[in-house]
Write a protein that binds this ligand. Structure first.
Ligand code: ATP
Length: 232
C-alpha cells in the first residue's frame, strides 16, 4: 500500500533529519516505526503527508508517486493522518469535530457519523461535549474517528499512546486491529511504547538518528523476543 524508497528529508539544505529511508507497509497490515525522542519519526510522517519536502527518494502510495504532491491532495487520495497531539478543535463539540473530517472527501454526513460512532461507541454518549473538555484518551479516540470518516486506505498515527492511561491504550489497540481487518485499511504506527505498538503490528522498523537500523516481520512466535530486544 505504501512504499518508501531511499527517502532523505530535513529542515535545511545542509542537514537531513532522516537519511535513505526504505519502508514497506503491506495492504491491510499494521506496520510500526519505533524510535526514541528526536529519532526522526515525525519528520518521516510529515514527508509522507507532503508537509515537508524531501531532497531525495520516492514515496509510492497505492501505486502512485506522491512525494511532490501537496498534503490536501494526499489526504484526498486516502491517507488519514492523526498527528502527534491529536489537533482536536477545543471549542467544537465531538460531533462537529467528526463532521469536519467529512469535508476532506465529501462524505455523506450521516454515514460518516455512523462509522465514527460504530468503532468508538464511547464518543456517541458525549457527542455534544466540547473537544477541550475531553480526557486525553477520548481526544485520541476522537482524532482517530475523525480520520476514519474520510474512508482512508491508509491510516498514519503519530504516537497515539502518548499521555494516555494504559487501559485506554489497550482499548485503542483493540479498535485499531478491528479497523484494519474490517475496513481493509493499512496502518502506519509511529510509537515509543514498544509493547503497545508491536502487539498489534505485522512488521516493524527501528529508527535511530534518522536511519532505519533494524526491522522485520513479526509473528506470534518471535513477537515477545523482538519486544524484549528493543531498548530505546
Ligand atoms: P519525538 O518523539 O520527540 O516527537 P521524533 O522521533 O518525532 O521525536 P523529529 O521531531 O522528527 O523526531 O525530529 C528529528 C530531528 O529533526 C531532531 O533532531 C529535531 O531536533 C529536528 N527537528 C524537528 N523539527 C524541526 C524543525 N521544525 N526545524 C528544525 N529541526 C527540527
Amino acid at each position: 500500500m505504501l512504499e518508501i524508497k531511499n527517502l532523505t528529508a530535513g529542515y535545511s539544505d545542509e542537514t537531513a533529519a532522516i537519511h535513505d529511508i526504505n519502508i514497506q507497509v503491506p495492504k491491510n497490515e499494521v506496520c510500526s516505526i519505533i524510535g526514541s525522542n528526536g529519532a526522526g519519526k515525525t519528520t518521516l510522517l510529515k514527508s509522507i503527508m507532503g508537509l515537508l519536502p524531501s531532497s531525495n527518494g520516492e514515496i509510492i502510495f497505492d501505486g502512485q508517486e506522491i512525494s511532490k504532491l501537496d498534503s490536501e491532495t494526499i489526504s484526498q487520495m486516502g491517507i488519514g493522518y492523526v498527528p502527534q497531539g491529536r489537533m482536536i478543535f477545543p471549542y467544537l463539540t465531538v460531533e462537529e469535530n467528526l463532521l469536519l473530517g467529512c469535508e476532506v472527501r465529501k462524505m455523506n454526513l450521516k454515514k460518516a457519523l455512523e462509522v465514527g460512532y460504530d468503532y468508538f461507541p464511547d464518543l456517541k454518549g458525549i457527542n455534544k461535549r466540547k473537544g477541550g473538555m475531553l480526557s486525553g484518551g477520548q481526544q485520541q479516540q476522537l482524532a482517530i474517528a475523525r480520520m476514519l470518516v474520510i474512508d482512508p486506505k491508509l491510516i498514519i498515527l503519530d504516537e497515539p499512546a502518548e499521555g494516555i492511561q494504559p487501559n485506554v491504550v489497550q482499548e485503542i489497540g483493540r479498535i485499531l486491529t478491528k479497523i484494519t481487518s474490517e475496513l481493509n485499511v493499512s496502518v502506519l504506527l509511529v510509537e515509543q511504547f514498544v509493547g503497545f505498538a508491536l502487539e498489534l503490528s505485522h512488521s516493524y522498523y527501528f529508527l535511530q538518528g534518522g536511519q532505519i537500523t533494524n526491522g522485520g516481520i513479526i509473528t506470534n512466535e518471535n513477537r515477545t523476543q523482538i519486544i524484549d530486544s528493543i531498548k530505546l
